[in-house]
Design a protein around this ligand. Structure first.
Ligand code: MLT
Ligand code: ZN
Length: 458
């Protein structure tokens, strides 16, 4: 709990209207998309770097946790205040500060919604590629904290590939600038990369400089339906093997298809067992050629049906269905254990086989969908209370299989709360030890998002 004198100081820093302490208000900031929840002791809504800095000085002096929060769409519990403390909500720091059309960069505050930035730059013929499924709600600060990936990562990479520099407040209240506004810079250690994906455990990001690309001239999209998930997985590999690099290559299994169809009350697949969505971009002549070649490859791989999006409305419908999978899964069971393992893309058929065996062994329904193009599969174990214990064993086996295939336990959702206990399996004691030393150096009082990435007892 916060001392009344601390509450008073916080009110002074952010203004009384921007400090919430009532239980009705606190509950709104207590959860994210993982269904984990924990009430903060207070919520502060700063409007400037200076206010953030003052809050951190106070937290460091009084030793209370500070948990940064964007829109709460995270998939690993990053913004859940598991040890209480003060949630720093960035809803008021939501301005696009600059779009430099000559140098192809944008400077934004952390509370900017990713989709708003995408739309704004696209209206100027520019492109911000990272595209998490929740782009209409999630924020740039959250994307930086978790190094969000998304649908276009197969061709364009993830958030860390676009962040050129950051303004970061340290627990001491010091404000540092990392990186540069330039296309390249090797001035010292890469603190920008260290901060991106650090889940709010090393510093609080208050400004983000991202690089932009020219908007591709054209985009072509198709969906292909298969009678088995294996056929779909093999078809997905054949695209890359034939030297076509689509900007999205998504795989959706049967259970996910049925869930989204019932959620949207729309027939998408006519009963198919798997769907691939393939999107290519570039100059008109090249996308026309590539989408034709993809269609040929899908036919050769045994697609039962192929639908090309001929209009922007049709294209939007395909993506609307894909982006709706996550919420749609709750039509199957009240809870899901959402993992996002990633394997070398050639190993997708192997990991799908392993997942199927795990599901059978523990009599669980495991739904698979995601970014087949970059090997990142969202494995969702759908459970009710009675199945939770079996699901925990299944998760461990899933991670073991993933690591055996040369993969990683998180492609784009982060470690957060639920995966912390498995991190040593992937990193080993020495690498984990280095990470803990970095954390201890930057945040010796462990005030920044405690309980994330590392197990609390560690
Ligand atoms: C997605 O690709 O839809 C997201 O990463 C969300 C999810 O895994 O449920
Ligand atoms: Zn995803």
């Amino acid at each position: 709990m916060l001392k009344p004198s601390v509450v008073k100081e916080l009110k002074k820093i952010v203004g009384p209207d921007n400090l919430f302490t009532s239980s009705e208000e606190l509950v709104v900031y207590s959860y994210d998309a993982t269904q984990r929840e924990s009430l903060p002791w207070a919520v502060a809504r700063p409007v400037s770097t200076e206010e953030v800095s003052k809050v951190l000085v106070l937290a460091n002096r009084e030793h209370f946790p500070v948990v940064p929060r964007g829109a709460g769409t995270g998939m690993s519990g990053g913004s859940v205040p598991i040890q209480g403390g003060v949630v720093l909500s960035f809803e008021r720091m939501n301005h696009i500060l600059e779009i430099d059309e000559d140098d192809l960069i944008a400077v934004v505050e952390p509370g900017v919604v990713t989709g708003d930035l995408q739309r704004e730059v696209e209206s100027r013929g520019l492109f911000y590629p990272p595209d998490p499924a929740s782009h209409q709600f999630c924020t740039m600060g959250g994307n930086v904290a978790e190094c969000a990936g998304g649908l276009r990562a197969v061709k364009y990479g993830v958030t860390k590939d676009y962040v050129l520099g950051l303004e970061v407040v340290l627990p001491t209240g010091e404000v540092i600038r990392t990186g540069a506004r330039t296309a390249k810079s090797v001035a010292g250690y890469d603190l920008t990369k260290l901060m991106v994906g650090s889940e709010g455990t090393l510093g609080i990001v208050t400004k983000i400089i991202v690089k932009l690309l020219p908007l591709p001239e054209s985009v072509r999209t198709l969906s292909a339906f298969f009678s088995t998930i294996e056929n779909a997985a093999v078809a997905a590999s054949s695209i890359i093997a034939n030297r076509i690099l689509p900007r999205a290559l998504e795989l959706v299994d049967q259970a996910a298809l049925r869930a989204v169809e019932s959620y949207l009350k729309q027939d998408i697949s006519s009963g198919a067992a798997a769907m691939l969505i393939v999107e290519v971009d570039g100059p008109i002549e090249s996308t026309a050629r590539d989408i034709g070649r993809v269609e040929e490859l899908m036919t050769r791989a045994g697609a039962m049906r192929i639908t090309r999006a001929e209009t922007e409305v049709e294209r939007e419908q395909i993506w609307k269905a894909r982006r709706a999978i996550s919420p749609a899964l709750y039509t199957i069971k009240p809870k899901k254990v959402n993992e996002d393992i990633v394997v070398p893309r050639s190993k997708i058929p192997d990991i799908l086989r392993a997942i199927n065996e795990i599901a059978k062994r523990h009599d669980l329904l495991i739904v698979n969908f995601g970014h087949a193009g970059d090997g990142n599969i969202h494995t969702n174990i759908m459970i009710d209370e009675a199945e939770a214990e079996r699901a925990a064993i299944a998760v461990k086996e899933l991670f073991e299989a993933t690591l055996r295939l040369g993969g990683s336990i998180s492609g784009e959702h982060g470690i957060g709360l639920s995966k912390a206990r498995y991190l040593p399996m992937e990193l080993g004691a020495d690498a984990l030890g280095v990470m803990k030393k970095i954390k201890g150096t930057l945040d010796p009082n462990n005030i920044l998002n405690p309980g994330k990435i590392f197990l609390s007892a560690e």
